[in-house]
Design a protein around this ligand. Structure first.
Ligand code: GRF
Length: 303
């Protein structure tokens, strides 16, 4: 399928194509701000020597740990600078807080990627306006009853569109309520993540979304909850788990309180896993295919 045949599909777009990496997501030129003259090189060297001298005299272990962490983060950023940023498509249906969290992490450089496309099941999803304000193209899929049959895109068109038109590397389901077509699951095998607001494999599956999940957790008497990030397969909430966060449930908490706390954790764990995927820091166990994250600070550590 060509770009022109996609663009003729006017209604499935809420906003027209702005170009991959266009708008505010164009790669930031950190190189431009780097000092290049010999005097600034000298200044940096002097600064570096001062830092080394200070380390030798203060000799505090915590300081050393922090310096080591900073060096490792810098090394990861330097490795990333050589690689192109990953193109991320985010599928949404709801409030849009996770897409914002992922975007913020792209902006700080924690995620070496950029949100190049938003796919939504509903015009009213919270993240739609947010994306349009930032010139991120938004695609409606599968589209509601009000959409003419000729205006809909089919799963293979969606697949082609992501793969060839937008060169998407990573797909994120951030509160997307529709089932993902098998074709897309195959194309993005181990490249598509979902975030679920409970500890899978419990409290998941068809129909388990939003407040229902937290009500079920509280009503069950479960003492722990927390978000799960998992790879996506053809069934709701069934792909292999890659990360979880645990929250101890206080018996006095309502489902709303649980939801609030889980969502806060989601905004940390999701960007963290997306960063690992974009850095190619996820390994797959040979025995069962479970994705294991390589620590960004210590490449010998797995979790
Ligand atoms: C989150 O709770 C996520 O776990 C679930 O849907 C919700 C989406 O929230 N899959 P938001 O739209 O990102 O605010």
């Amino acid at each position: 399928m060509t770009s022109s045949s996609f663009s003729s599909c006017a209604s499935c777009f809420l906003q027209n194509h702005q170009g991959v990496g266009g708008g505010r997501y164009s790669r930031r030129t950190s190189r431009q701000s780097r000092p290049s003259s010999s005097s600034s090189r000298r200044q940096r060297r002097v600064l570096f020597l001062r830092v080394c001298a200070a380390q030798r005299t203060s000799g505090n272990d915590d300081d050393l740990d922090e310096d080591e962490d900073a060096t490792k983060t810098k090394q990861q950023h330097q490795r990333n600078e050589k690689k192109p940023k990953k193109n991320i498509a985010v599928f949404i249906s709801g409030g849009g807080s996770n897409i914002r969290a992922v975007h913020a992490a792209c902006e700080t450089g924690e995620i070496h990627g950029q949100i190049s496309l938003v796919v939504t099941s509903s015009y009213n999803a919270g993240g739609v306006e947010w994306a349009m304000d930032r010139d991120v193209p938004v695609l409606l899929y599968p589209g509601g009853k009000d959409l003419e049959e000729s205006e809909r895109i089919c799963p293979s068109e969606l697949n082609e569109f992501l793969k060839n038109e937008y060169k998407i590397d990573v797909v994120l389901l951030a509160g997307y309520l529709r089932l993902i077509p098998p074709e897309l699951c195959r194309t993005f095998e181990n490249k598509m993540l979902n975030i679920h607001p409970a500890l899978l494999p419990a409290f998941g599956g068809r129909g388990m979304h939003g407040a229902k999940v937290h009500e079920a957790v509280v009503n069950s008497g479960a003492r722990f909850t927390g978000p799960t990030v998992h790879f996506v397969n053809e069934n709701f909430d069934e792909g292999k788990i890659v990360a979880q966060r645990i929250i101890r449930i206080d018996p006095s908490w309502t489902a709303e309180e649980v939801a609030r706390r889980v969502l806060k954790e989601e905004h940390e764990v999701f960007p963290e896993v997306v960063a690992a995927l974009c850095d190619d820091r996820i390994e797959f166990r040979e025995t069962d295919g479970v994705g294991v994250i390589i620590d960004k600070m210590d490449s010998n550590k797995r979790y």
